[in-house]
Design a protein around this ligand. Structure first.
Ligand code: MF3
Ligand code: CO
Length: 270
């Protein structure tokens, strides 16, 4: 890894070998997000999903990156392997025996891994049974916005182009990207520079260079972009109680374009 100074902070540039190692961590979270979809059904609790993840990480010989992790935006460590957030909960919901999924819910699962000292991070939103057409549209638009953002992660482009493209796409549907939370660089730490917002203008700030590895993660609200923090100190919810969706991939910037390191295909191609 070499170091590139950006303002006062540092963006760590990864070698081909570093990216190969990151891909292993990405594969673990991609595989979990694929396999867990089988058990997401009305009647299951988010605690049971957490137990599934516990067994999964043991089997994969990987370390869950979020459990006991203290992110830059929090004063205390996160208590679980998975972030499980339902409906108007945007991110960082804590798995609980009391939270039982019901038909029509949308469930966000966000998960981090550590493999050989390198981190993986990915998230998806799942329908629980049959969901409303409004919810379906939010999921489709948010997932599409992730790929629209990924397409902008090219050498010579600006990091701000990602958020600019995401914002313009989702706002055409009346939806809003959350502004208080963002994507981020990833490497030996879950959160590295640069900050990758999901809104903004084209052509601002630092540019992409080969070897950057980032997480792009649009968090899109059906209503206003405003969010509030719940009493548990973790769960972020929409202020207007509208639904929210979240999809996240980790990617590498290469001279051949962006490469997804956390594919959800459940295969070895990640
Ligand atoms: N998954 C979040 C992100 O993508 C981080 C969760 S940190 C935790 O940035 F502490 F809440 F787990
Ligand atoms: Co992330």
């Amino acid at each position: 890894m070499s170091i590139l100074s950006s303002r006062a902070r540092k963006i760590y540039i990864k070698s081909k070998e570093d990216i190969k190692a990151l891909r292993k961590a990405g594969r673990v979270v991609g595989k979990l997000l694929y396999e867990i979809s089988e058990i997401i059904k009305p009647g299951i609790s988010t605690y049971e999903l957490e137990k599934f993840a516990e067994t999964f990480f043991e089997k994969e010989n990987a370390i869950p990156a979020f459990k006991n992790y203290k992110p830059y935006f929090s004063a205390k460590p996160f208590p679980a392997i998975l972030c499980t957030s339902i409906n108007d909960e945007v991110v960082h919901g804590i798995p609980s025996k009391k939270r039982i999924l019901k038909e029509g819910d949308i469930l966000k699962i966000d998960v981090g891994s550590i493999v050989d000292g390198w981190c993986g991070d990915s998230a998806r939103t799942y329908p629980v049974g049959n969901i409303s057409s409004d919810a379906k549209l939010l999921l489709e638009v948010t997932e599409k916005s992730l790929y629209i953002g990924i397409d902008r992660a090219v050498v010579g482009g600006h990091i701000s182009d990602i958020g600019a493209a995401i914002q313009r796409f989702v706002e055409a549907f009346g939806f809003s990207p959350v502004r208080e939370l963002s994507g981020h660089g990833i490497g030996r730490k879950v959160h590295e520079e640069p900050y990758v917002p999901n809104f903004g203008d084209y052509g601002q700030g630092p540019k992409f260079i080969e070897g950057m590895t980032i997480c792009i993660e649009p968090m899109i609200n059906a209503g206003s972009y405003e969010v509030v923090l719940a009493k548990d100190g973790w769960t972020v919810t929409t202020k207007d109680r509208s639904l929210s969706a979240h999809f996240e991939h980790m990617i590498a910037i290469t001279k051949d374009g962006p490469v997804i390191l956390s594919s959800w295909g459940g295969d070895e191609t990640g």
